[in-house]
Design a protein around this ligand. Structure first.
Ligand code: NDP
Length: 314
């Protein structure tokens, strides 16, 4: 039996601030967007607690609550929000073909990729258990909660250095846990960290366990050369060992950098494929903020709308 294939003018993949903002704009422009949420509806903000840096919430807001507000706003204007994971795409011809949960196939005139990125984690049980209770993968989001306190950060790339410096401005002391005897970060970033008296770098050091029952109280560390163990008292434990953009399924069609971030034409959300746009963290390894993701989500919807208008005029 031939099943009719569903058509969409705009198909949005992902439900973080970028995806929902794209949906709000596309829906209000009468494009009847269909949005697939992905495996983590609401995205990375649903695993954070207080959000204090999103404009419009003077008293702060809980991450999950904010994403619920985004969802409701997108729904209010008629976005068709569906729970499902996009498992494959074919962008080799138009309309674009998108497969959901390996079962449903849709044809889309335009596609907005807002699949985000996921922080990499160490993989410790205590890290999962204390996530949001002192364990965080975003110093800019959560550092403020530890003002005047001692914290630790793991990693030795540019992000870890930048975040260690950021934390040192707020916290009384920052332990930087580096697994080798050198850093991957650029020299200038390293120097900034090394010259900061509030940052103590622990070389050749790995984390055995993050300590605490209800919240982080410390960490047990091991020197991977000498085997010597030590415990430090901290109230915040930051993981800055890189992010992984969720872009694997697009790699046969969409141009990306060596880390998998989607390349867009500067100043736009256009990818190398006509009618496919990318926004949010899937194409941004620099800012990675909810408000910047929302901004590019708006851009993607406007770009998609203009693209459709141009097609109709031809
Ligand atoms: P990177 O991949 O550059 O660095 C990851 C760091 O985490 C490395 O030091 C790595 O150690 C360490 N690491 C990885 N896994 C573990 C683990 N299991 N335990 C302990 N340590 C671990 O990621 P970044 O997020 O720092 O940077 C990503 C990109 O963004 C880079 O290209 C960077 O230059 C860029 N960037 C630029 C900035 C700027 O210019 N202002 C700011 C922020 C990022 P090891 O070295 O031993 O592998």
């Amino acid at each position: 039996m031939n099943q009719a294939i569903e058509k969409a003018k705009v198909l949005i993949i992902g439900s973080g601030p970028a995806g929902y903002t794209a949906a709000i704009y596309a829906a209000r422009a009468g494009m009847k967007p269909i949005l697939y949420t992905g495996g983590q509806p609401g995205g990375q903000l649903t695993i954070t607690t207080d959000v204090e840096n999103y404009p419009g919430y003077p008293n702060g807001v809980m991450g999950p609550e904010m994403m619920e507000d985004f969802r409701k706003q997108a729904e209010r204007f008629g976005t068709d929000i569906r729970y499902g994971l996009v498992t494959g795409v074919d962008f080799s011809k138009r309309p674009h073909v998108v497969t959901v949960d390996d079962q449903i196939t849709l044809h889309a005139d335009t596609v907005i990729i807002s699949t985000g990125a996921s922080a990499k984690w160490l993989g410790l049980e205590s890290e999962t258990r204390l996530n949001g209770k002192g364990v965080s993968a975003c110093a800019v989001c959560d550092g403020f909660f530890f003002r005047g306190q001692e914290v630790a950060i793991v990693g030795a790339g540019d992000t870890a250095c930048e975040e260690a410096s950021y934390l040192a401005n707020i916290c009384s002391k920052v332990y930087m846990i580096v697994r080798r005897d050198e850093m991957r970060a650029s020299q200038i970033m390293q120097n900034r960290v090394k010259n900061n008296p509030k940052i103590e770098i622990l070389w050749n050091t790995e984390t055995e366990e993050i300590l605490g029952e209800q919240e982080v109280t410390g960490a047990r560390l091991i020197n991977n050369i000498t085997g010597e163990k030590r415990e430090i008292s901290i109230s915040g434990f930051f993981v800055a060992i890189g992010h992984q953009p969720n872009t694997e399924i697009f790699k046969n069609f969409i141009h990306m950098d060596s880390s998998g971030y989607i390349k867009t034409i500067p100043g736009t959300t256009k990818t190398n494929v006509e009618g496919v746009f990318a926004c949010g963290d899937a194409q941004d390894n620099v800012y990675r903020q909810a408000v910047t993701a929302a901004g590019t989500g708006c851009m993607a919807a406007l770009d998609a709308e203009r693209f459709m208008a141009e097609q109709e005029n031809h």
